[in-house]
Design a protein around this ligand. Structure first.
Ligand code: NAP
Length: 335
């Protein structure tokens, strides 16, 4: 068994990591941490009582390096890079769920904060297996993609070779409230979000530049990306409706099946996708329709799993040469 650490274990993605790793045949959680420590996993998460019983430490990179080979960082951005730097220097591999290593330096600093680990940033590999699998296998630092970029990129990338010159891409995205993390804010308050829906940070959300940068990384064309996220009154799940103009009409099912037919965790559906069919799983479900040269793509994931924790474990599987799907959840919370 490979000994691993989960840092940020009291948060939403930390809990999902603990659940997936509990059933994983090759990884064993040996170190669990939060900012305060001095607790036990089952006290942080009553749902784990009689399932997982481990002490919770105050996060300390030296202590991680003493016992673990790999660390999952389920931490806020900025905090994550402080730990990652020290862990990498001590020989611990890192899968970082935050945004700290996802972007080029200029993009990161324009949208987040000054970067505090410029030494390791260039070696980070973007952890979207369907597009960066071979690089992930050779990495020691994986930048787990954002949830909206995961759903958006898996849907739109197969169509970039067909996009009309100068056509922008419009992404209308909707996320369950767990996407905002466990900390309460005015917009995530029950009274605000219950039976409600609204856009937030329209055209200036930080995931817009992440989507653009990865299109630029993989293709020559540089379409403008207009990204508008919305908050949905559900706990988990994410739906992205994507629109673009193509050079000529195409059969979108053929394109999606050609690209993803051999991918075990992307499902091409005959009817528009829904979040309930993917909630609780590592699947990304896709649907597309082309009318003339107008293209509509619909993409659904579980933001906490394919958008964060199960993708992190898929990346860890690749880092260690295991089957990418080892231990990943595949049964949705339906009905
Ligand atoms: N939620 C999603 O759907 C989603 C999707 C993709 C990516 N992400 C990213 O994944 C990361 C975690 O997200 P989340 O939703 O799980 O956040 P969260 O629910 O707010 O949890 C954050 C965790 O970080 C811990 N933490 C904060 N500062 C710390 C420190 N100095 N030392 C040790 N632990 C510290 C917190 O512990 P305490 O309880 O001690 O404060 C908590 O366990 C974020 O960077 C987020 O952007 C989230």
């Amino acid at each position: 068994m490979i000994p691993v650490a989960v840092i940020g274990a009291s948060g939403y993605t930390g809990l999902e990591l603990l659940k997936i790793l509990h059933n994983h045949p090759e990884f064993q959680v040996v170190y669990v941490a939060t900012s305060e420590g001095e607790s036990r996993v089952e006290a942080l998460h009553p749902s784990l009582k009689k399932v997982v019983s481990l002490p919770v430490e105050r996060a300390d990179a030296r202590a991680v390096a003493d016992v673990a080979q790999l660390a999952f960082l389920a931490l806020p951005h900025k905090t994550a890079m402080g730990f990652a730097r020290e862990l990498l220097e001590r020989g611990v591999k890192v899968v970082d769920l935050s945004a700290d290593y996802r972007l080029k330096l200029e993009t990161y600093e324009a949208h987040y904060c000054p970067h505090e680990d410029k030494a390791h940033l260039p070696e980070a590999v973007y952890g979207l297996p369907e597009y960066y699998r071979e690089k992930i296998k050779k990495a020691r630092l994986v930048a787990n993609p954002g949830c909206y970029p995961t759903a958006s990129l898996l849907g739109l990338l197969p169509f970039i070779p067909y996009i009309k010159e100068e056509s922008p891409i419009f992404i209308d995205a909707k996320s369950g409230v767990s996407g905002a993390g466990k900390k309460l804010s005015a917009t995530t308050h029950f009274v605000t979000i219950n039976e409600n829906i609204f856009a937030y940070n329209p055209l200036k959300h930080r995931h817009g530049p992440e989507i653009s940068e990865k299109i630029d990384d993989l293709f020559v064309v540089k379409p403008a990306v207009h990204f508008v996220p919305h908050l949905l009154p559900v706990t988990r799940g994410m739906l992205c409706s994507i629109y673009m103009e193509l050079e000529k009409t195409v059969d979108p099912f053929e394109i999606l099946r050609d690209r993803y037919g051999d991918e075990p965790f992307v499902r091409v559906r005959e009817t528009p996708v829904d979040i309930k069919s993917v909630a609780g799983t590592h699947f990304c479900d896709l649907y597309a329709r082309c009318e003339g040269t107008g293209l509509f793509i619909s993409s659904a994931i579980d933001n906490l799993l394919r958008g964060a924790s199960s993708q992190a474990v898929a990346n860890a599987n690749l880092l260690y040469g295991f089957d990418e799907g080892l231990g990943l959840p595949d049964l949705a919370y339906v009905p």
